[in-house]
Design a protein around this ligand. Structure first.
Ligand code: ADP
Ligand code: ZN
Length: 806
């Protein structure tokens, strides 16, 4: 027996890898980055080798059981990226690697052994013969652990020998309980829609059936059962009843897989504009390992620049990654990438099952696909000879991972490009303040100052709701004459309209008019949002649902007043005022499958929808030339959140949604309703003055100082009791204070204080904020990360470079 040991990272919250003995037979496959199967207590887990020739452990080490891949899963630069992330964010290495590799390749595993098709013709004696015989009896294949139990022998060595002579094949099967189901079930309304009179008759004393009927109706006449039960809260009884009434049927529908498969994709424009050519020359001049910010106004043709840069990389024998904010929301971008590169593209989207995701990943790893498109985790796509990484809409908040490791994909893209000598392109019409601050010798600033075909930016009209003439609609929604007139005119010209209201549901909250009580979620410290179709009070943090109270539980008053507005109510209002318009709503509640967006967008493209209304989902990446009016119903929904990015986020949302107007020859305009027209986010957005806003915001973050003036790490301490959270936050703050003082590090330790969102999902939340130079934050994070968990009983989450402090 040799005495070589390997360090193996497991998908567990451990800061140190485990050490295992490397059996001779596996020595050539156990290399850094390789997947291995190892015993952990009574289980077999898949881990990743992080180092070979590790020092022998104190206790007697267990052996590595198998090494299923011929080539290591993680390339050396990806493993290096993992180490960087673990160090920078203070995350356990195993959890970090878990976030990088698809679940289907990782975690608890079952190794299945199968007789190879040719199987070499040789006969085997002893245990090997017994194993082959056993497999033949079982139809050719069985889980190795099952076989070992049946034959009462450890089989790893034997399996390995048989594998090497080609007699068997080993596959690792992920033990995933949610293994993909190929079909979903859908409830479809049958026959003609009922008239109001028929409804009154058929649904008398059957309000639940009516609600279900109308919910499905508002979702376009069909809805997935899973959506109706899980998201909208209908029970199986009422669904069965509606079917028994003959009003609906249940049908099996194939779950949409890759909606792009088989689609030809959108072919690219034939020639580059002169601005696009200039920018591409500048990109060619970027040194490999460095990057560029592509600061181009909405509609300036950034996508074609990305594609052309990727085409050049592929021509040089390299591969590419393109990150998009949310892949379900950006089908047009994906379609353009496919239109250019066809089958060389792997689309990594969230609707893939674990198995499909693993397949796409393997195709990239083997070099069969050379371009990866996806949301933030696609930054880990295993592409060798990486030539270019594009981050589209680089400012987007979705690039930050919400769990350990809390990485920002944009920053990881930069790290990967440096490690692999690839070029980075950060594209946006509204670049983040951090990115602009990072412009320098290694990050060039490239501009596309004009829209394609010199189309003007749409004029933006700000409507001050405090003084502007309003239309009496009988609803809480402020509806100015200006917006109403513009909308009517656009519809009369057969043009399309986008209405943004960044709050889903019907009304923001209920309030008792006599005592003022507002129902709140008992688990989270926010008010419950009123929904209709079906009616319920719902928590937008934990999705808790409650019936709408008939009387005030506080004072018994009968009437509740709905305050604030949501997209459901906007939809009603629009339907009342423009009965002939074809309206679609797009928000989290209308999207039962990931691909509902895709369908809605297709219908807009075909001109089957006149008005699209929705939350911020509709602000991203859409390119429809017939949209001539964008209306922002309430620009103030996020303006006054207690977060240092509230202004920046509002500005970006307004600028992005405004950018949807006037992309075609007919031009366009934007109407923004607000009660705070003097707010810088609104003033600069109205003038399309991105640079002005950046300068303003940059100055504002000097005092009090926020990024990029300095760096932050937010330590959130949470517990089920308020006292424990407060006490433990005090302990953490004191410990960090002593650490900072003893190391004479120039960091400020702020807090402890309750988080602005004081309670989420039953947990009370407190936080301690570290402010200071990035290197010093880094030193403290590296030291504190493995120790904070030991310090207190409460849960401690360390978030370096937080994107929000809520
Ligand atoms: P951005 O991402 O900068 O907002 P897009 O890449 O969506 O802009 O481009 C806006 C529109 O201009 C798209 O419809 C695109 O097809 C078109 N376009 C881009 N480049 C060209 C070009 N060189 N010639 C003609 N049309 C172009
Ligand atoms: Zn809640």
């Amino acid at each position: 027996m040799n005495d070589r040991f390997a360090a193996v990272a497991l998908p567990l919250p451990l800061f140190e890898p485990y050490t295992y003995h490397v059996p001779d037979t596996l020595a050539d496959r156990v290399v850094p980055g390789a997947r291995v199967v190892v015993p952990v207590r009574s289980r077999e887990l898949i881990g990743i080798v992080t180092a070979v020739d590790a020092p022998p452990p104190a206790a007697s080490p267990k052996p590595i059981l198998a090494a299923p891949d011929a080539a290591p899963a993680l390339t050396e630069p990806l493993l290096e990226t993992a180490r960087w992330i673990a160090g920078y964010y203070g995350a356990p290495i195993g959890m970090t690697i878990r976030a990088m590799i698809p679940a289907g390749l990782w975690g608890e595993s079952r190794v299945v052994i199968a007789v190879a098709p040719g199987r070499g013709g040789r006969s085997h004696g002893g245990t090997a013969g017994a194993l082959l015989e056993y497999l033949e009896r079982k139809g050719g294949a069985a889980p190795l652990a099952t076989a070992a139990r049946a034959l009462k022998k450890p089989l790893w060595d034997v399996a390995d020998r048989l594998l090497r002579v080609g007699a068997v094949e080993l596959t690792t099967e992920h033990a995933d309980p949610e293994r993909s189901v190929a079909t979903d079930r859908e409830l479809r309304l049958a026959g003609e829609r009922l008239t109001l009179l028929e409804r009154a008759a058929r649904f008398a004393r059957r309000p639940a059936r009516q609600r279900l009927y109308e919910a499905v109706e508002s979702l376009g006449g069909a809805a997935l059962l899973s959506q109706l039960t899980a998201r909208l809260g209908f029970g199986p009884g009422v669904i069965r009843a509606l079917v028994a009434d003959g009003l609906a049927t249940i049908a099996e529908v194939e779950r949409p897989r890759d909606p792009f498969a088989g689609e030809p994709g959108t072919p690219p424009p034939a020639t580059l504009s002169s601005d696009q050519s200039r920018v591409l020359e500048q990109i060619d001049a970027v040194r490999p390992g460095d990057g560029a910010v592509l600061f181009g106004v909405t509609g300036s043709g950034k996508t074609l620049v990305y594609l052309e840069a990727i085409r050049r990389a592929l021509g040089a024998g390299q591969g590419a990654i393109i990150l998009v904010p949310e892949i379900g929301l950006t089908p047009q971008t994906v379609s353009r990438v496919r239109g250019m590169f066809g089958d060389a593209v792997a689309v990594l989207h969230s609707a893939l099952s674990d198995g499909e995701r693993a397949d796409a990943w393997r195709a990239l790893r083997r070099g069969e696909k050379r371009v990866a498109v996806g949301a933030r985790s696609a930054v880990f796509a295993p592409i060798e000879r990486l030539g270019v990484v594009v981050v589209d809409e680089e400012h987007d908040a979705s690039y930050k991972n919400g769990e350990t490791p809390r990485y920002l994909a944009r920053d990881i893209a930069r790290v990967r490009c440096r490690l692999e000598s690839a070029r980075l392109i950060l594209g946006s019409a509204t670049p983040s303040i951090e990115t602009m601050a990072a412009v320098g010798p290694r990050l060039a600033l490239l501009r596309l100052p004009e829209r394609i075909a010199a189309r003007p930016m749409p004029p933006v009209e700000i409507v001050d709701l405090r003084s502007a003439p309003l239309v009496a609609t009988g609803r809480a929604i402020p509806w100015s004459e200006a917006l109403d007139t513009a909308l009517g005119a656009a519809l009369a010209r057969k043009e399309q309209v986008i209405l943004l209201l960044n709050r889903r549901g019907y009304a923001s909250f209920l309030q008792c008019p006599s005592c003022g009580r507002v129902p709140e979620c008992p688990d989270c410290s926010i008010s419950l949002t009123l929904h209709r179709a079906p009616p319920a009070l719902r928590c937008h943090y934990c999705d808790r649902q409650e019936p709408v109270p008939a009387t005030c539980p506080e004072c018994g008053a009968i009437v509740h007043r709905a305050r604030g507005i949501g997209t459901q109510q906007l939809e009603e209002l629009v339907a009342e005022r423009y009965p002939d318009a074809r309206v679609a709503r797009m928000d989290l509640d209308t999207t039962g499958t990931k691909w509902s967006h895709h369908r809605i967008l297709d219908r807009i493209g075909r001109g089957e929808i006149d008005i699209l209304l929705g939350t911020q989902m509709i602000a991203k990446g859409m390119d429809f030339p017939n949209v001539t009016l964008v209306g922002v119903v309430d620009a103030d929904t996020a303006l006054h959140l207690p977060d240092f990015r509230a202004g920046e986020r509002t500005f970006q949302l307004l600028a992005q949604v405004a950018g949807r107007a006037g992309r075609g020859p007919k031009g366009g305009r934007v109407v923004v309703q607000t009660r705070d027209p003097e707010h810088p986010a609104l003033r600069f957005a109205a003038r399309h003055d991105v640079e002005g806003f950046l300068a303003h915001e940059r100055a504002a973050r000097e005092s009090p100082a926020y990024p990029p003036a300095l760096s932050l790490a937010n330590v959130v301490i949470s517990s089920e009791t308020e006292q424990a959270a407060a006490r433990d936050a005090g302990i953490v703050a004191e410990w960090l204070g002593r650490l900072v003082a003893s190391q004479s590090v120039g960091l400020a330790v702020l807090g402890p204080a309750p988080c602005p969102l004081a309670r989420v999902q039953r947990r009370w939340r407190w936080h301690v904020l570290l402010k200071g130079a990035s290197e010093e934050i880094g030193r403290v994070v590296r030291y504190a990360a493995p120790r904070l968990g030991e310090l207190v009983r409460s849960r401690v989450v360390l978030d370096r470079d937080p994107t929000s402090l809520l």
